[in-house]
Design a protein around this ligand. Structure first.
Ligand SMILES: [Fe+2]
Length: 617
C-alpha cells in the first residue's frame, strides 16, 4: 500500500498575543494563544503553546516564525540558548524533537533548514490569514496596525536614495490573487520613522525586503507622523490604559462630544500620499505607543500627565475618545477606497489591529455599498492571527499551494473530561455537579442568574462566541451594570449578544450583510428594539451582535432556540468567559476557578449535559 505521509506545518508568533497554529495537510488542527495557558493576558513567547503541539504530532515538516523583527534581532545575543547559540524558539523546537537535531554552528544558528523567519513581513502575515479566510478569489488587502515589521529603508534625503534608516510598517496595501504563484503582492506601504524626516511628503522606492516578490516593485511613503492605530494608542494611553487596550477607548467614545479645543488629529487630510497624524496633537514613539502633545492639555488644570492624573472619566479623555473614533474611521474609509482603486478590485479585506474596531466596520458600509465594494474583516485581526499567517506562508513555500481556509474559529484544544476529572475539579473548588438540560439552563437565565457555558475548543481571537461565554438575560434593564460589576470591568463598557441567524434582520439593520458570525460589527437596532434588550445596547444605540446557526455551533444555537421558545426573544446576552484583566478561560479548571473567585454561580457543560454550581459565599 502506498501510504501518503502527513504534512505538519507550524506557525508561531512571538510578540504580544503570542501563539501557534498547526496545519495538518493544509487544515488547521490546533490554534491557540499563549495567554490561554499561562493565564497572563497578551502573553508573549509561545513556549507553552509549542509544548502543547506535542499532543498532535512529534514531527514538523516546516516552521514559520512571525513577529515584527527576525528572531536573531528580537532575541538579542543574551537570550540565545547556552552553548549552541540558537535562538530560544529553534532551541525549544529541537529539544522537543519537533525539528531535526542539526549540528549547530553559532554563526548559522538562525538558519535551521526547517525554519523560515517571517519577522520582516508582519503585515503580509496578517494579509495571508485574512485573505485566505475571505470568500474572495482576488481582493485588495488593507492592513492597519500600530507598528509592524522594522524595515531597512533609505530616507530619501541626499544622494543614492539617502541614508539608511528604519521604517516601521504602519499601513500596507496588498493585492491578493488566490490563483497566482505569489498570491499576495505588496502595492503600497506607509512606514513610520523615529528620526525626523525633513520632507514629510517624500516618496521612496522600497528596498526589496519582500520574499517571493521582485525588488523595488512598490512605493513606500516614509514619514515621522503617527499612523491611524498610533493615534488611537495615544488616546488610549491618555485615558490610562495600555496602548493595546484600544477597545476600551472605542467603548468610551460615545460618552464624548465635539470639543473645539482639540485640533484635527490628522495632518492634511487630503494628502495625495496617505493620512497621518497632526504632530501638534499626537507624537508617535515607534514602535511603542504614542503621546498626546502636552500643549493640548494646558487649559485643563486638573489633568496632570506627569502625575498620572489623567483618567478615562475626565471629560477631555471622553472627548478625545470621541474625536479619535470619528476621525480615524473617516480616514480608514478613505484608505479602503484607495486600496480598492490601487488594486483595481471591488473586494476589500481588512486586518491588523484596527480591524477589531467594530464601530468603524459598521460605519464603512453605507459608503462601500454605494460604491459596490464588498468587505471582509478578519476576526483574528490582532497579532495572534499572524501565527496562522506564518503557517500559511510556510505551507505555500513548502508545497507551492495557497490554502483557502474556512471561517471556523473554535480551534483551541478540545478536552474530553471523564466523570472523575469533573469530580476532581469540583472537589477542588467546593463545587457541586448535576445533570442539566437546556430547558434547565434557560430557566436559570430567566430567573436572572448568570450562567457560563464551556464546550469544545476555545475561540481564536478576542471574541467569545459561545464556547467560552458568560450568558445572561438581555432584557434586564440593570444587566449591564450588574455584569460589569461581577466581571470587574469599567462601568461604561458595553456587552454583546448572540441572535439566531434567521431572526437577525427583524431585530438589527445589517446594512446589506447576510450575517455577522464573528461579532465584527456594532450595528443599529431596528426601530423599537432598543428597549427590549437594554442590557446589550450601548449608549449610542448600537449592539455588537453575533449571528449563530446550528451548523456553526449546535449546542449554543439550540440553547438560544430554547430561550426564544420560552421568552419570545431570539437573543442572548453574551460576554467573554473571564474576569476583567484575565484571558478567556481555557480548561475546566480555569472555568470553575473563575466561578470560585467571583459571584458567578453556574457553569453549563452542554456536551456532557452537566451543570456545575459554586455557591456564592
Ligand atoms: Fe499586527
Amino acid at each position: 500500500m502506498n501510504e501518503q505521509k502527513d504534512t505538519w506545518i507550524l506557525g508561531l508568533t512571538r510578540g504580544h498575543n503570542a501563539g501557534v497554529c498547526l496545519l495538518k495537510n493544509g487544515k488547521i488542527v490546533f490554534c491557540t494563544e499563549e495567554e490561554r495557558y499561562t493565564r497572563k493576558k497578551y502573553d508573549g513567547a509561545p513556549y507553552r503553546s509549542i509544548i502543547e503541539v506535542l499532543k498532535y504530532t512529534d514531527k514538523l515538516d516546516a516552521v514559520g516564525f512571525a513577529h515584527t523583527q527576525p528572531a536573531r534581532v528580537g532575541s538579542g545575543e543574551d537570550s540565545r540558548t547556552e552553548f549552541t547559540g540558537e535562538n530560544v524558539y529553534a532551541g525549544l523546537l529541537r529539544k522537543l524533537g519537533l525539528i531535526e537535531n542539526t549540528t549547530y554552528d553559532v554563526d548559522i544558528a538562525d538558519e535551521h533548514p526547517q525554519i523560515t523567519d517571517y519577522g520582516m513581513e508582519h503585515h503580509k502575515l496578517h494579509a495571508f490569514t485574512a485573505f485566505s479566510k475571505s470568500d474572495f478569489d482576488e481582493a485588495a488587502i488593507l492592513i492597519v496596525d500600530g507598528a509592524g515589521s522594522f524595515l531597512p529603508i533609505k530616507d530619501g534625503i541626499g544622494p543614492n536614495g539617502g541614508k539608511n534608516t528604519i521604517g516601521w510598517e504602519v499601513e500596507t496595501i496588498f493585492k491578493g490573487n488566490k490563483e497566482a504563484k505569489n498570491p499576495i503582492i505588496t502595492k503600497f506601504k506607509c512606514l513610520g520613522s523615529r528620526d525626523p524626516i525633513i520632507s514629510s511628503t517624500f516618496e521612496s522606492e522600497a528596498t526589496g525586503f519582500m520574499r517571493r516578490e521582485g525588488l523595488n516593485d512598490h512605493k513606500a511613503y516614509l514619514n515621522d507622523h503617527a499612523g491611524t492605530v498610533k493615534i488611537y494608542e495615544a488616546v488610549t494611553e491618555f485615558c490610562g490604559w495600555q496602548a493595546i487596550e484600544a477597545g476600551k477607548t472605542m467603548g468610551l467614545s460615545p460618552y464624548g462630544k465635539p470639543n473645539d479645543k482639540i485640533d484635527p488629529l490628522y495632518m492634511d487630510k487630503q494628502s495625495k500620499y496617505w493620512p497621518t497624524s497632526n504632530r501638534n496633537i499626537v507624537v508617535p514613539n515607534y514602535p511603542n505607543g504614542a503621546f498626546i502633545n502636552q500643549n493640548l492639555i494646558k487649559d485643563y488644570a486638573d489633568v496632570n500627565v506627569a502625575e498620572g492624573k489623567y483618567h478615562y472619566d475626565h471629560q477631555l479623555a471622553k472627548d478625545l475618545a470621541y474625536a479619535v473614533q470619528t476621525e480615524t474611521q473617516e480616514q480608514m474609509l478613505e484608505m479602503i477606497i484607495k486600496a480598492s482603486e490601487m488594486c483595481d478590485s471591488k473586494n476589500v479585506v481588512i486586518s491588523g489591529g484596527y480591524g477589531l474596531n467594530c464601530v468603524a466596520n459598521y460605519f464603512y458600509l453605507d459608503k462601500l455599498n454605494e460604491l459596490g465594494i464588498k468587505l471582509y474583516v478578519e476576526p483574528i485581526s490582532n497579532d495572534a492571527g499572524t501565527a496562522i499567517g506564518a503557517a500559511l506562508f510556510a505551507h505555500l513555500e513548502h508545497t507551492e499551494k495557497f490554502i483557502d481556509l474556512d471561517k471556523n474559529i473554535y480551534l483551541g484544544q478540545t478536552y474530553n473530561y471523564t466523570t472523575d476529572d469533573m469530580d476532581k475539579v469540583c472537589n477542588l473548588y467546593e463545587a457541586k455537579i448535576k445533570d442539566a438540560s437546556k430547558e434547565d439552563i434557560v430557566k436559570l437565565i430567566k430567573d436572572r442568574n448568570i450562567v457560563t457555558i464551556f464546550q469544545g475548543g476555545c475561540e481564536n481571537g478576542p471574541r467569545a462566541l459561545g464556547n467560552r461565554s458568560i450568558l445572561y438575560d438581555p432584557t434586564d434593564p440593570n444587566g449591564k451594570d450588574h455584569v460589569n460589576k461581577i466581571k470587574k470591568r469599567e462601568y461604561f463598557r458595553p456587552f454583546a449578544g448572540t441572535i439566531l441567524k434567521e431572526h437577525v434582520h427583524e431585530w438589527f439593520d445589517l446594512k446589506g450583510m447576510e450575517d455577522t458570525p464573528h461579532m465584527m460589527y456594532a450595528v443599529n437596532c431596528q426601530p423599537g428594539i432598543e428597549d427590549k434588550i437594554p442590557s446589550i445596547i450601548h449608549v449610542d444605540g448600537t449592539c455588537r451582535i453575533q449571528t449563530v446557526t446550528e451548523e456553526e455551533n449546535a449546542n449554543y444555537y439550540n440553547l438560544i432556540k430554547e430561550w426564544y421558545k420560552q421568552t419570545d426573544c431570539p437573543i442572548i446576552f453574551n460576554t467573554s468567559f473571564n474576569l476583567g484583566g484575565e484571558p478567556l478561560v481555557e480548561t475546566l479548571d480555569d472555568a470553575v476557578r473563575t466561578l470560585a473567585n467571583s459571584d458567578i454561580e453556574y457553569l453549563y457543560l452542554p456536551e456532557y449535559g452537566k451543570l456545575i454550581k459554586v455557591d456564592n459565599k
